[in-house]
Design a protein around this ligand. Structure first.
Ligand code: NDP
Length: 444
């Protein structure tokens, strides 16, 4: 058994019942085999063992009172995974599916993603099994205040800077920030994704979706291709999906389908994004209503069917493991040319293999959706410098970062003899920077 296999086997034995964490660790570690072979000093320093073990895991009780006066109790998490290259940075997810395994998979991915941005940010992730769906604003506020009443002691502008993720948008960040400021009496950049009136950055809302399209566009450009005239399918209809759709449309693509937890809409004339925004951002409603408001559009219950719609570009932007092997095979059979992951780990390991064997240009999440956290780091820079950049300035920096990430992962893949394999490229390029920093710090 080689070094990577031993570390993986040990990880699975020591962290049982964490399937998502095992999946992410397997995907990452197996691609790092050529790097650890080239650097035997890593094994001597126990580098991989330390890399897959979070520096700190915080789990806590979140009690709050619902509108009927009943006491509710949720679980709260913050995994401070790796601070070798900067303060922990990564979102908070509020979703009933949240558990330690999911937060650890997201945290591990985040280390490499943050490294790829080229900015000084370490990896972390957090959240709760709280379900914001159907809750009143007062209930959301009560939950967020209780969550922060524990979390505040573990985070800080130079220590750990959380942001949003599934179920955590501008409203939740506002409530969380308000409580932090009240307890600590500090108006600092301790959370990103803040509103523009209290230290937020322009483009942060759009950043992940725009960044996803920028990196895909660069992958197209170097192949003499572009988004113009392409048929695109996007899963999800939340923050990432909406702004990926907006940017893809502005580059001349036709986005024909999107989904939410209930099902998917297919609009052969091209998705009307203003209708989606009205339903999802303003009304916090269901996508089902789209087909009632737009003639020619159809709605189908259930999500998986979306991948049977023929497209040139697929942008999964909802959640983990939404594309399985079978969906990947259908996409390839229908001629998909580019798959770029807006969500974290939306493709199973088997699906990734189908894409790679099928000659699809596959851009993995940690590179493709890094635009969000990169812009969060730009928000941190503006906060600490007491500056405020224009939309155009931040957008240009975001685009430059995404183009750089593409060439960085492309270069790393080529250097190690895996040209065109961006899973290898992203993991290797992200890891080397973190590993170099960890080696400099001694055994810590
Ligand atoms: P949102 O909560 O804004 O949107 C999530 C969307 O996905 C919603 O449309 C939701 O449906 C749908 N969805 C969530 N879970 C499921 C499920 N189990 N089955 C079907 N549909 C589902 O989240 P974001 O857009 O912020 O995040 C989406 C993905 O992108 C996540 O994987 C996140 O980790 C990743 N990401 C987000 C970043 C950001 O900046 N926001 C940065 C990097 C990655 P419904 O509308 O019904 O709730």
């Amino acid at each position: 058994m080689n070094y990577v296999e031993r570390v993986l086997e040990n990880l699975k034995a020591q962290n049982p019942n964490e399937p998502e964490f095992h999946q992410a660790a397997t995907e990452i570690l197996t691609t790092l085999a050529p790097v650890v072979e080239k650097h035997p000093e890593y094994e001597a320093a126990g580098l991989l063992e330390r890399f897959v073990e979070p520096e700190r895991v915080i789990m806590f009780r979140v009690p709050w009172i619902d509108d009927s006066g009943k006491v509710q109790v949720n679980k709260g998490y913050r995994v401070q995974f790796n601070s070798a290259i900067g303060p922990y940075k990564g979102g908070l997810r509020f979703d009933p599916s949240v558990n330690l395994s999911i937060i650890k998979f997201l945290g591990l991915e985040q280390i490499l993603k943050n490294s790829l941005t080229g900015l000084p940010i370490g990896g972390g992730k957090g959240g709760s099994n709280f379900d914001p769906k159907g809750k009143s604003d007062r209930e959301i506020m009560s939950f967020c205040q209780s969550f922060m009443t524990e979390l505040y002691r573990h985070i800080g502008a130079d220590t750990d800077v959380p942001a949003g993720d599934i179920g955590v948008g501008g409203r939740e960040i506002g409530f969380l920030f308000g409580q932090y400021k009240r307890i600590r009496d500090e108006h600092v950049g301790v959370l990103t994704g803040r509103g523009l009136s209290y230290g937020g950055s322009l483009v942060r809302t759009e950043a992940t979706g725009y960044g996803l399209v920028y990196i895909t566009d660069e992958a197209m450009r170097v192949r003499g291709d572009s988004f113009k005239g392409k048929t695109v399918v996007i899963s999800g209809s939340g923050n990432v999906a909406i702004y990926a759709c907006e940017k893809a449309q502005s580059l001349g693509a036709k986005v024909v389908a999107m989904y939410d937890r209930g099902g998917y809409v297919y609009d052969p004339a091209g998705i009307k994004l203003d209708v989606i925004k009205q339903i999802k951002e303003v009304e916090r409603g269901k996508l089902k209503d789209y087909a009632q408001r737009v003639s020619g559009a159809t709605y189908t219950e259930g999500c998986r069917g979306i991948w049977t719609i023929p497209c040139d570009v697929a942008l999964p932007c909802a959640t983990q493991n939404e594309i399985d092997e079978n969906s990947a095979k259908i996409l390839v059979k229908n001629g998909v040319k580019y798959v770029a992951e807006g969500a974290n780990m939306p493709s199973t390991l088997e699906a990734i293999s189908v894409f790679q064997k099928g000659g699809v240009v596959f851009l993995p999440a940690k590179a493709a959706n890094a635009g969000g956290v990169a812009t969060s780091a730009l928000e941190m820079a503006q906060s600490s410098g007491r500056m405020f950049w224009t939309f155009g300035e931040v957008d240009k920096k975001l685009k430059d970062i995404m183009v750089n990430i593409y060439h960085n992962i492309d270069g790393a893949a080529k250097e190690y003899g895996y040209a065109g394999n961006y899973v290898m490229g992203a993991n290797i390029a992200g890891f080397i920077k973190v590993a170099t920093a960890m080696m400099s710090h001694g055994i810590v």
